[in-house]
Design a protein around this ligand. Structure first.
Ligand SMILES: [Fe+2]
Length: 481
């Protein structure tokens, strides 16, 4: 079981920073004008329980503001109520991941579990505003220049789930942003809300339904006509939480499920597909051709969460994700799930695409991974595999191209930024940061996305906490000063 480090590269730093005109090598492409936001899991204090998950770590946001061939950096903790409470008492007050029963009595509140969110997963840009999201609570609005926390929001009372996804999906054609909240009505609740916001940020659709059993619903997929939510394997219950355990266990005997929700549809329109148990954390993309739905995602055959005990007592096996394509046919009365491996190369689950293809058939996927041809020379961190390389996959023919960030580097999720709004799919840049474990510092690499060669590397003179997801915002999307 991977535990959270309390010293070394990933130990608590309680460090906020601003770097004017960052040092870099190479040349920063002049076509880049925007900000690369990253959310980090940055424990303010070591966890109360050594076997807790890093998913419970406090939220920290950083920004590389890139403009005119130069880069400025800023990093700040998100001022959640939880962060402020810890700062006030100068110690850890919170127990296991998503289990308020294990919190210190002065902050324990089992009826409002969303108030203990750490807002550590994804930066969301919605209708000209910036938010920090985590799936166990509401988004926290942030100032896009100072990164100061404005506070949590339920969108003027319109969003009625206690929770809000860390993986919203913006339709590049309609401009709508699709979201969900699960455990919507409190701890271990089987209620899910799915909805969409229009370009102006007004909620224009919500549907509420129940899942076959409450499970960790981390990511979602949109197509032109559907929202698809994969889930299963992870299980929880009030009994489990009252017994003082980490929120999730793993039960491989239950079916894996897919909720297929027609966009704009109602509760009765939802269809369910089931398969044997799968490990799914993130998705790459999906699309539909009529009533056939295609889902590309990294998948494993079992538990992908090292911190969640197997309820049947099976030991945790190393995670082997392969990039697979799942087809769901709404006209198939047997509701069969067709699943094929596209490339067998073991990859992480941080797949990203050219998001101008979101919901439509895409050609390219980028993902960080541990290239078996590269030797890792650093001290491994708390992650499952030292992912020192980035892979580009061409889904048209299964060919791949790899880039190694460095032998002592652990590379995080790569994002794609187009060269211009009208550039062909894949013509642009890959941005990814890496922990340089030897030099104890964070580095940002900028690659040509098709050639997979390095154009520039930004060197920060300090380490960054473990990154979760990255988000690119074009200059016009936020009111940058
Ligand atoms: Fe995620």
């Amino acid at each position: 079981v991977a535990v959270i480090e309390t010293e070394g590269y990933f130990g608590p730093a309680r460090f906020e920073a601003e770097v004017f005109d960052c040092h870099f090598t190479g040349a920063i492409p002049k076509d880049l004008d925007g900000a690369f936001f990253r959310m980090h899991a940055a424990s303010l204090y070591p966890p109360k329980f050594a076997d807790d998950t890093i998913l419970a770590a406090d939220g920290y946001i950083s920004m590389f503001r890139i403009q005119g061939g130069h880069v400025d950096y800023r990093g700040r903790y998100v001022r959640t109520q939880r962060m402020l409470n810890q700062k006030e008492s100068r110690r850890q007050l919170y127990g296991y991941y998503r289990n308020p029963y294990t919190d210190d009595p002065e902050v324990r509140d089992v009826d409002h579990p969303h108030l203990r969110t750490t807002a550590n997963t994804t930066a969301m840009v919605l209708a000209g505003k910036l938010y920090a999201n985590k799936e166990d609570g509401l988004p926290h609005e942030l100032d896009p220049n100072s990164l100061e926390t404005i506070g949590p929001t339920d969108f003027n009372g319109d969003w009625q789930s206690q929770t809000f996804t860390a993986h919203p999906k913006r339709d590049p054609v309609t401009g709508e942003t699709f979201v969900m909240g699960y455990e919507a009505h409190g701890l271990a609740s089987d209620d899910v809300h799915v909805g969409s916001f229009d370009r102006e940020g007004a909620l224009n659709w919500v549907v509420r339904f129940k899942v076959p059993y409450p499970s960790l619903l981390h990511d979602m997929i949109i197509t032109e006509d559907y929202v698809v939510i994969p889930g299963g394997g992870t299980v929880t219950s009030r009994d489990r939480l009252e017994a003082g355990k980490i929120h999730w266990g793993w039960d491989g005997t239950l079916p894996f499920y897919y909720a297929v929700v027609p966009r704009g549809g109602e509760n009765d329109d939802i269809r369910w597909f089931y398969s044997s148990q799968r490990g799914v954390v993130h998705t790459a993309n999906g699309w539909n051709e009529g009533r056939r739905i295609f889902l590309d995602m990294p998948m494993a055959d079992g538990n992908v969460w090292p911190w969640f005990e197997d309820l049947q007592g099976a030991p945790f096996e190393p995670i082997i994700n392969s990039l697979r394509r799942v087809t769901l046919d709404l006209d198939d009365p047997g509701e069969h799930v067709d699943e094929r491996v596209i490339i067998p190369t073991p990859i992480s689950h941080f797949t990203r695409i050219d998001e101008r293809r979101l919901g439509r058939k895409h050609r390219y996927v980028w993902v960080n991974y541990a290239d078996p041809e590269q030797t890792f020379t650093g001290t491994p961190g708390p992650g499952p595999e030292p992912t020192g390389s980035i892979l580009r996959v061409d889904m048209a023919d299964g060919s791949t191209k790899s880039f190694s960030v460095g032998s002592a580097h652990v590379c995080q999720e790569p994002i794609f930024v187009p060269r211009s709004a009208h550039a062909p799919e894949g013509d642009g840049f890959v941005l990814a940061t890496a922990h340089n474990l030897d030099a104890m510092r964070a580095e940002l690499v900028i690659l040509d996305a098709m050639e997979m060669v390095e154009l520039a590397r930004v060197i920060l003179p300090f380490r960054n906490p473990e990154q979760v997801h990255g988000t690119w915002a074009e200059a016009a999307e936020l009111p940058f000063r």
